[in-house]
Design a protein around this ligand. Structure first.
Ligand code: WT7
Length: 650
């Protein structure tokens, strides 16, 4: 933790006072009303056995659990001794319930191609993929890395892994060769599932070429299963590479889901932390399944015929929980759209909504702000009357964007839910149930069932209404991460070691007199750029590996569209020049385009204390073009600050 906390506590954001009641028609039909929420929430804390038994009992288990929770801080086991399979619950169970002919997925490619899968069809495809993985030698507990575009095969591959008890590790298709190689190596995956290429704004993204290069750096890799998506020519390595269409095409569509222990690992998903390399957040089967099911059903007030669109790529946790698992566990119809929001123009999202008659849209503030900048014309050209609920996720939503979303996209007819959660929490932790309570723009609101949040000082004291502090969760919940893959010590320290006996989220927040929690942003050295997490240290370590750079410090700067953007301060190696284009290209190559700095400031020195610590607080002020505030007397050479302020921004 850094001086950022102090800034936040002092710098408490402007208080938003608007309160938006749920539209009467929506509230009347809502499945959970205020009293019901209050009763069930109380029960979830006072009598968690009964509460979770009732929820988990709505899903299929091949062996019942003997205990709801076994908590040996910081390790939780949920639904102890229970056996189940999440893919079975997402597919076979829906077919058994009579949803075999119901659409499970509607997929739209960037080029306009549409593919749909009923639950029965999806079950057959997943069965074929599961048989293929088994034929390729994948066994229970093996890790399988996925590096795919947002195509149906991504979901099919995830579910196929889950079906046989293999642990999927999805790497976002925008990540670079080295980022992919590091993740394959950390997980020790033997199998990688990729595609020839994906599409982004009409241009092919060379996934297979990246995968080939990553394979050279990742010795654990033995097999590559390649989906043909773009039809571009790619070399296939004899003995290593297999076409998905050939292998899966020939496999049997009959497959029995493996009964797995409730605590069997389901997936690893890498995310940035404040120090070192990205962490492999590990989620397990039973608890994750139960939370994904419950939050999907309640936060989104899901109805049987809803068509639900979560715009997130499966490379992020949002895509895991609400593009794939949540909707299928609830038997909903989920939409997946492959491409960019502005291809061929900024009306694309609205055209997808009109075409597929989407009822619930779940997207990120950064997207909402981009749309808002394009004006009301684009959405105005489409029929958005199918929408009945809107959701936001990934970063704080500024009240202005919230109001635009509500007015222009929702026609003031749809409630907007702001959902706070993290890769580590697995599923939604805070949101205001749309039919039960009024919304306060900018505030995520109230806790989900079983979640006991608090706002604490650094030394663990609970703060009063409207006091800014650290957001923690006071007890374990079913979809909580179980560990950091291969580094339990890091898990212990990062999440349960900052403040004794509570889960430390890494966010600053405050709670108002009605119990609504407003999350203000990270208090550690993690940036949130367009809703994606980036560790400043991770970017710095890449920068200093560049031959022209001697020292580097990375900070965030508020950005109107991205929420936050990357600003890099660098000092050159003696006798060298720092070329901004080369530095940006290097970052893209080493991490991915999303980490590329918006601004690079080259200087002869960085502001350091006498003990050599870089004072990032001052760098943040300089990056934002603010006056320097705070005590500069601890700096070894305060004149550095003036030189940095005067330096050209590249
Ligand atoms: C971080 C987690 C949740 C899935 C997507 C991001 C920020 C997320 C909100 C929100 C304010 C939010 C937090 C959090 N965040 N949602 N509704 N309001 N901040 O998952 O990449 O693990 O990032 O995103 O700072 O810690 P993630």
């Amino acid at each position: 933790m850094t001086d950022q906390i102090d800034n936040m506590l002092i710098d408490n954001v402007l208080h938003e006072t608007r309160v938006i009641e749920p539209p009467a028609e929506f509230a009347a039909k809502a499945s959970i009303k205020r009293g019901e929420y209050e009763r069930r929430y109380r029960q979830s804390l006072d009598d968690p056995e009964t509460f979770w038994t009732e929820v988990a009992g709505q899903l299929s288990w091949t062996q019942p659990w003997t205990q709801v929770l076994d908590w040996q801080e910081p390790h939780a086991r949920w639904f102890v001794d229970g056996q189940t399979n999440i893919a079975y619950n997402a597919l076979d169970r829906q077919v058994e319930l009579g949803r075999g002919d119901k659409r499970a997925f509607i997929w739209e490619g960037e080029d306009g191609e549409v593919r749909t899968f009923t639950y029965a069809e999806l079950l057959r495809e997943v069965s074929k993929a599961a048989n293929t993985l088994t034929d390729l030698g994948v066994q229970v507990g093996d890790r399988v890395t996925l590096y795919l575009p947002l195509i149906p095969e991504a979901a099919i591959a995830m579910l196929a892994c889950a079906r046989i008890g293999a642990v999927h590790s999805v790497v976002f298709g925008g990540f670079s060769v080295s980022a992919l190689a590091d993740r394959i190596t950390d997980a020790q995956s033997k199998v990688l599932i990729t595609a020839d290429a994906g599409y982004r704004k009409g241009a092919p993204v060379p996934l297979k070429a990246n995968a080939d290069a990553a394979a050279e750096l990742a010795p654990s890799l033995e097999t590559m299963l390649v989906v043909r998506r773009a039809g571009v020519a790619v070399p296939m390595k004899e003995g290593r590479d297999v076409w998905w269409s050939e292998a899966v095409g020939q496999a049997s569509d009959q497959h029995q889901a493996a009964p797995l222990d409730s605590e069997h690992p389901l997936f690893v998903l890498y995310t940035s932390g404040s120090t070192g390399k990205p962490k492999g957040v590990l989620h397990t089967t039973g608890g994750y399944m139960v939370s994904a099911f419950l939050t999907m059903q309640t936060a989104f007030d899901l109805k049987e015929d809803d068509v639900f669109w979560c715009t997130a790529d499966v490379g992020w946790v949002t895509g895991h929980s609400y593009t794939v698992y949540g909707p299928l566990l609830c038997g909903a119809t989920a939409v997946m759209y492959e491409g960019a929001p502005n291809h061929p123009d900024w009306g694309r999202f609205w055209s997808v909504i009109e075409k597929h008659k989407i009822n619930i849209l779940y997207t990120a503030p950064t997207a909402i702000r981009s749309f808002m900048r394009q004006g009301d014309d684009y959405p105005g050209r489409y029929d958005l009357s199918s929408l009945r609920l809107l959701g936001s996720v990934g970063e704080p939503i500024n009240p202005e964007a919230w109001m635009w979303y509500h007015r222009v996209i929702g026609g003031e007819r749809c409630p907007v839910i702001d959902t706070w959660w993290q890769t580590e929490t697995g599923t939604i932790m805070l949101t205001t149930l749309p039919g039960a309570f009024p919304a306060k723009p900018g505030s995520a609101g109230l806790p989900m069932f079983g979640i006991e949040p608090a706002i604490l000082t650094r030394d663990g004291h609970e703060l009063g209404p409207d006091e800014g502090g650290l957001l923690v969760i006071k007890r374990p919940w079913p979809s909580m991460l179980r560990t950091v893959y291969g580094d339990d010590e890091r898990y212990r320290k990062t999440y349960w070691g900052e403040i004794p006996h509570v889960y430390f989220a890494g966010d600053g927040a405050r709670k108002d007199a009605d119990g609504y929690i407003t999350v203000m942003g990270r208090v550690d050295d993690v940036l949130n750029v367009s809703g994606h997490r980036l560790g400043t240290m991770e970017i710095e370590s890449v920068l200093v590996a560049h031959p022209s750079i001697s020292e580097a410090a990375v900070v965030g700067r508020p950005d109107e569209v991205k929420g936050e953007c990357v600003v890099a301060f660098v000092t050159p190696q003696s006798g060298m020049e720092c070329d901004p284009a080369a530095i940006r290209a290097f970052i893209t190559k080493e991490i991915g385009a999303l980490a590329r700095p918006d601004a690079i400031i080259v200087a002869d020195a960085l502001p350091k204390t006498r003990s050599g610590k870089i004072m990032r607080r001052f760098l943040r002020q300089i990056a934002a073009g603010k006056e320097i505030q705070g005590d500069t007397s601890t700096l070894e050479d305060p004149s550095v600050l003036e030189r940095l302020q005067a330096a050209e921004v590249l």
